[in-house]
Design a protein. Structure first.
Length: 624
């Protein structure tokens, strides 16, 4: 069987590794380096990738692409902040996605990512003496369906069979736990160039079980770099009489490179000097201007304070979701180059009360873990099992605008879940399945992932069709949804595509708003449930009246109760009115059935006490 590699496709740098003799090892690239800059450049007819692309970036700022991972699988509207701070040109694609504009030729983020993947695979092939065609690729744990699918597509474009997409913190735990015999609870703190993830796992007996995951896909070392860039640009603007270095693409590229270098230096020493000669021209005399500025560690930590504050939330969320206290964590693994920042390490110590484990290389451990997973899939590694999770709840919109969850947050994947739903109206020929993702009780407050329609439902009374909705999440975390009408076997389905992406801001907002608005959500859901119960009872009463005859008095009473119920549902009556009307309707229905039984009418009507199926209301629009 051909060998398979593990690839950490990073925002700043990428790494490739393979299992050799039961141990994962990093493969050096053609330049003899263990990490490859995630940079692609276009210079005339030449395409450059890695270190050589990065070296020429200042003189070719518009033709050099970096941090492409921040754009993969995302829509144009989601990336405006990143677009504004990049030296290269980006435009909106015809599908609403992002395109990189290189001298009029447009490239997708998948294509740029594929160039990086292809260099990694080609260099590895030369080193191993055989062509590499299969790989496990890692992604941030909080990457959504679109981003995971786009990463898979990048692998395909690069000519790789992507065996599996693995969450980066989980891969790191695999590498760490390869030789562990005892049981441990591990927290992986992964702060890379562009993303932040926190994952809690149980490791023992060769089983790696993810308990929870949380994160922020817009927090990383590049944000720290840009905090320094903004500070340098503002200081220079004051001193130079208004020269804006960020408006000059070459100057901006120089600032970005200098900021990254300064961040690394000030993490090792307490002070560094940033020197950029001939960075601009005096607006009056046209003489060259130079930038020289001291950056102390204290100033750097002050500049990144807003970013440091964002670290605490995901850590607390991951512990809370795992139902663990900080004292229950045996080891804390630091992953990603940005964990070398002393202020970040201090936050870890404060929050978790222990010194982080430093036995793993934060730059390489993710790729090593991906190689372990590749070994598991190809049979090179035995007696190890990886159980990962989905980061957010998934469900469908049901009558009343309620979000009915089929797959809860932190459910182990792969997973398949099904539930039976029914129709809201008599003789309804179709239903619309609205798929949502998030933690709020009402569908309108969550992220819409997609809609599809199931047609061909036979003419039946409301509440009679049995519509089975199935959610299937594969090992890569990619979602497919299928609906089937059980009596006819009619089916419809959808796979969540790149056009319905989920931004990191929306993910963070969903979780935080779910906590802040829990009581309001509970009341809204309770109100929607009361309306649904009353309307379901009304439909049932109407069906009973068409099937049975009762006494005139019982019929008149039930008709009045049905009319009142319809009015309250249509006018959105109060909770008290809805409860009272439901009680009146059920009492009237019971009296009607007793009268029908006394009159010798046919029996066998569905019991009024049977719990009705949730109703998918194709035409219902949630109230503002």
């Amino acid at each position: 069987m051909a060998k398979a590699v593990g690839i950490d496709l990073g925002t700043t740098n990428s790494v490739i590794a393979i299992m050799e003799g039961g141990t994962p090892v990093v493969l050096e690239n053609a330049e003899g380096e263990r990490t490859t800059p995630s940079v692609a450049a276009f210079k005339g007819s030449d395409q450059l990738v890695g270190r050589v692309a990065r070296r020429q970036a200042v003189l070719n700022a518009e033709g050099t692409v970096f941090e492409i991972k921040r754009f993969i699988g995302r829509s144009w509207d989601e990336v405006q902040d990143e677009v504004k701070r990049a030296p290269y040109k980006m435009v909106q694609g015809p599908d609403g996605g992002v395109r990189v504009d290189i001298a009029g030729k447009l490239y997708t983020p998948e294509e740029i990512s594929a160039m990086i993947l292809r260099k990694l695979a080609d260099d590895a092939s030369k080193k191993l003496g055989e062509k590499i065609t299969r790989a496990v690729i890692t992604v941030p744990a909080y990457f959504n369906n679109s981003q995971r699918e786009a990463t898979t597509n990048a692998g395909k474009i690069a000519g790789l069979e992507v065996l599996r997409i693995v969450n980066e913190p989980t891969a790191a735990a695999l590498a760490y736990g390869l030789d562990k015999k005892g049981d441990e609870t591990v927290l992986v703190f992964d702060l890379g160039g562009g993303t932040f993830d926190v994952t809690v796992l149980e490791i023992g007996g060769g089983v790696f079980k993810v308990l929870s995951t949380a994160g922020d896909t817009h927090l990383g070392g590049s944000d720290m770099d840009h905090a320094i860039v903004n500070w340098l640009a503002e200081e220079f603007k004051k001193e130079s009489g208004g020269v804006n270095l960020k408006a000059d693409r070459q100057a901006l590229q120089r600032l970005i490179e200098a900021a990254e270098k300064a961040k690394i230096e000030v993490s090792a020493v307490t002070e560094t000097t940033i020197s950029l000669p001939f960075i601009g021209l005096d607006p009056v005399s046209k003489t060259p201007l130079h930038l020289e500025r001291k950056l102390t560690r204290a100033k750097f930590e002050d500049l990144i304070q807003p970013l440091l504050k964002k670290i605490r939330g995901p850590v607390e969320q991951a512990l809370r979701d795992a139902n663990l206290s900080a004292s229950a964590i045996h080891e804390v693994l630091l992953v990603g180059g940005s964990t070398r920042v002393p202020a970040v390490q201090q936050i870890v110590r404060e929050m978790l009360g222990k010194e982080p484990n430093r036995t793993v290389n934060p730059d390489e451990v993710v790729a090593l873990g991906a190689a372990v997973q590749a070994g598991i899939l190809t049979g090179a590694v035995e007696d190890m099992v990886l159980l990962d999770v989905t980061p957010l709840s998934l469900g469908v919109e049901t009558k009343g605008g309620v979000a009915t969850v089929l797959v809860s947050r932190n459910t182990t994947v792969p997973v398949t879940r099904s539930e039976i739903f029914t129709t809201a109206d008599h003789n309804q020929p179709s239903v619309e399945i609205h798929v949502v993702q998030g933690e709020r009780s009402m569908a309108g407050d969550n992220k819409s992932l997609g809609r599809f329609r199931l047609d061909g439902i036979p003419a039946m009374a409301a509440g009679m069709p049995q519509i089975e909705v199935t959610f299937d999440i594969d090992r890569n975390g990619i979602l497919s949804v299928k609906a089937r009408e059980k009596s006819t076997g009619k089916e419809a389905s959808i796979t969540i595509q790149n056009t319905t992406t989920l931004s990191e801001q929306e993910i963070d907002r969903m979780v935080k708003e779910a906590e802040a608005n829990a009581e309001a959500d509970r009341k809204r859901k309770e109100h929607a449930d009361l309306k649904n119960n009353l309307d379901t009872a009304r439909i049932q009463a109407e069906r009973v009246m068409t099937e049975k005859e009762s006494t005139p008095e019982a019929k008149s009473r039930l008709e009045a109760a049905v009319g009142k119920a319809k009015t309250l549902v249509d006018t959105d009556g109060s909770d008290a009115d809805l409860r009272n009307a439901t009680e009146e309707l059920l009492a009237a229905l019971q009296a009607y059935e007793q009268g029908a039984a006394g009159a010798g009418a046919t029996a066998g009507t569905q019991s009024t006490t049977q719990k009705p199926d949730d109703v998918i209301d194709a035409d219902y629009k949630p109230a503002d």
